[in-house]
Ligand binder design. Structure first.
Ligand code: GNR
Ligand code: NI
Length: 165
């Protein structure tokens, strides 16, 4: 097991669309263990592979308060959703900055597990929000993309200043 380092905005690697996973081997499952370890240590409710520099459509999540409900989603797709509502959001790649974005409250997810087996789940609230956030990562998107250009510019300056310090 290993702690991986999480890339921060504006790293260009966060902006690439991640590739579909086609090999379900022990190396993939070792990476998944490292993603969980890194996510729990951060701490965060989710972590996408491209946040640690691996351009693969893979994310791990645990939205439970007890940190005991691990979910692995590979090649995920949202197959249905309801109306959007405003939710407060943050991201480990945009540290210590929070803002409100529009997200579906309920959705139906289809994905593969670490063995390449398909599953579907219905999610709502924080878990639904987290699924949308992680799928955005896999498409090279960050939640700050939904904010105004002015806010986005301020956030970028703040992060660059911090990294330089
Ligand atoms: O830890 C996280 N919390 C969070 C809160 C609201 C909406 C999404 C998230 S995901 C985030 C971890 C992260 O950056 N995952 O990519
Ligand atoms: Ni994130």
């Amino acid at each position: 097991m290993a702690l991986l380092s999480i890339l921060h905005h504006p790293d260009p690697r966060l902006r690439r669309k991640a590739a579909l996973v086609t090999r379900f081997d022990d190396a993939l499952r070792a990476l998944i263990e490292d993603l969980f370890e890194t996510m729990y240590a951060a701490p965060g409710t989710g972590l996408a592979a491209n946040q640690v520099g691996m351009s693969m459509r893979l994310a791990v999540m645990d939205c439970s308060e007890t940190r005991s409900q691990r979910i692995v989603m590979i090649n995920p797709e949202i197959i249905s959703s309801d109306e959007r509502r405003e939710m407060e959001e943050g991201c480990l790649s945009v540290p210590d900055i929070f803002d409100k974005v529009q997200r579906y409250n309920r959705l139906h997810l289809r994905a593969l597990n670490e063995f390449g087996e398909p599953f579907e789940v219905c999610a709502f609230g924080l878990m639904a929000q987290c699924i949308q956030h992680e799928i955005d990562h896999l498409d090279g998107k960050l939640y700050i993309d939904y904010l105004s250009p002015l806010k986005r510019e301020r956030i970028k300056k703040k992060l660059l200043k911090r990294e330089a310090a």
